[in-house]
Design a protein around this ligand. Structure first.
Ligand code: DC
Length: 235
């Protein structure tokens, strides 16, 4: 039995299905799963709740940066529902961070260098003992540039909007395809063009286009990359 552990970094565009893949992989191999996007979403929810977003939907950067020391994001391990819950200053905000209001504001919040610095530090700490699967935008490039396995997930914006719409409708949210599609495209634009840690594929990442793949096919592929990386790095 091989007890050595590796770090798995899964990056990709919004709604590419990377969180589902990362969560499932972590469960199968007994690793900790961290959804780094949830951390940016929790900070965004804090800004919304504390009046740091004006009528034009602009975030007051100065106020948010000043408040950072009082924003604590953590995770509660998966319970009976099998879902890991995000905590904001100890409060379970898993549902609130997924709504459209937060989705529309999270990319501008994630552009703020001080926000990134604070969350990246925390993400690095989560990986100190390896045995972790983390998904996000800059995990293979900035958070864990030495991760033993890096995956870059992609699918067309139309396919991703369809998936996100289905997910939101299942949760009872009343949104249209156009709203979701526009949000996906706008987030892609901001995520890929921001100055600090823009979304891009790390040179040593394996590209996985899951547009035409079932969940089982994606998992098979991911598990075989995982086994290979484990053999190579922990012989
Ligand atoms: O994966 P997600 O859609 O929940 O991420 C929400 C936002 O957070 C996304 O628009 C970009 C940002 N993000 C980021 O900038 N860096 C990460 N590592 C994860 C997410």
């Amino acid at each position: 039995m091989n007890n050595k552990k590796i770090i798995v970094a899964i990056d990709g565009f919004s709604s590419s299905g990377k969180s589902t893949m990362a969560r499932e992989l972590a469960k199968r191999v007994g690793y900790v799963y961290v959804d780094s996007g949830a951390m940016y979403r929790a900070v965004t929810l804090y800004a919304l709740r504390h009046g740091m977003v004006n009528a034009d939907h602009a975030v007051n950067r100065k106020e948010l940066v000043a408040a950072l020391p009082s924003i604590h994001v953590s995770f509660q391990p998966a319970g009976a529902d099998g879902v890991q819950h995000t905590l904001l200053n100890g409060e379970d905000v898993e549902k609130g961070i997924r709504d459209m209001q937060v989705s529309a504001l999270v990319s501008p919040v994630a552009e703020i260098p001080e926000v990134r610095e604070r969350l990246v530090d925390l993400q690095k700490k989560f990986g100190e003992h390896k045995g972790i699967v983390m998904d996000g935008r800059d995990i293979g490039t900035t958070v864990f540039p030495n991760a033993e396995l890096k995956i870059f997930v992609c699918a067309s914006p139309e396919e991703r909007a369809r998936r996100r719409l289905k997910e939101m409708q299942e949760k009872g949210e009343n949104v249209s395809y156009d709203e979701v599609y526009n949000n996906v495209v706008e987030r892609d634009r901001i995520d890929t063009t921001r100055e600090v840690s823009p979304l891009r594929k790390a040179a040593d990442a394996i590209e996985l286009d899951n547009g035409d793949m079932t969940r089982e096919q994606q998992m098979d592929r991911l598990l075989s990359h995982f086994d290979e990386a484990l053999k190579k790095n922990c012989p």
